[in-house]
Write a protein that binds this ligand. Structure first.
Ligand SMILES: Cc1cc2nc3c(=O)[nH]c(=O)nc-3n(C[C@H](O)[C@H](O)[C@H](O)COP(=O)(O)O)c2cc1C
Length: 205
């Protein structure tokens, strides 16, 4: 079993069509730690000691959020600024996170073809996620491909919400049960509900 810590960040739960359903599944999945950042810290006063203790225990740290202005909802930035302390997470003596994995589960309104050099968002999604990727690497964590839902606002009409939510639940259990093929995930840019061949039937097989 891998020790999995899921951080969920969505400031507008009642408007959520995708992430609230995903969070609900994560919350009900046994054998992982689920943290709803906006619920736990409505005033953004993050308990640094508590979060560092959670991180120290975890092997895989997964942030689940909707893309807001090409970045995370603001509480994730606050979490980073406070929790990832010099001498703890990075820098001299900062090895608390070394060898762990940091992964993202992201939804965004833009369609996949918009997130390309020729598309209207001008850059691939991974370019916008580069600060998170390099944060992970500076803290000596690996950064496997994010689990992504593009075109999230039209996903319901396309019948994609349920498969995406189901894929997320499958992904979480596979990570927890050591059935996720991390080297393959490192090779990918993004993974989707219909492209999770990364999951092995048996743990460690
Ligand atoms: C403040 C705000 C900023 C957003 N910024 C982006 C963005 O930069 N790129 C994008 O593709 N979608 C953006 N969106 C759309 C959200 O990512 C989308 O509504 C969300 O992923 C849908 O998930 P949900 O149904 O769980 O809320 C933004 C939405 C809001 C409210």
């Amino acid at each position: 079993m891998a020790r999995l810590l899921v951080y969920y960040a969505h400031p507008g739960q009642k408007f959520s069509r995708v992430n609230a359903l995903m969070a609900d599944r994560a919350r009900r999945t046994e054998g992982l730690t689920f943290v709803d950042l906006y619920a736990d810290y409505p005033r953004h006063r993050i308990d640094v000691d508590a979060e560092q203790a959670r991180l120290a225990e975890a092997e895989v740290i997964l942030f689940q959020f909707p893309l807001f202005w090409y970045s995370t909802p603001s509480i994730v930035k606050e979490w980073q600024d406070l929790v990832l302390e010099h001498g703890w997470a990075y820098g001299h003596g900062g090895t608390a996170l070394a060898g762990k994995r940091m992964m993202l589960a992201v939804s965004c309104a833009g369609p996949e073809d918009a997130y390309s050099t020729g598309g209207y968002q001008h850059f691939p999604l991974r370019t916008f996620l580069a600060p998170l990727e390099q944060t992970a690497r500076l803290c000596r964590m690996s950064f496997p491909a994010p689990y992504v839902l593009y075109g999230a606002l039209k996903a319901a009409a396309r019948g994609e919400v349920a498969p995406h939510v189901e894929g997320y639940a499958t992904l979480l259990s596979a990570i927890r049960d050591d059935r996720y093929d991390w080297p393959a995930a490192e090779e990918r840019q993004t993974v989707h509900h219909d492209s999770l061949p990364l999951i092995r039937a048996e743990a460690g097989a």
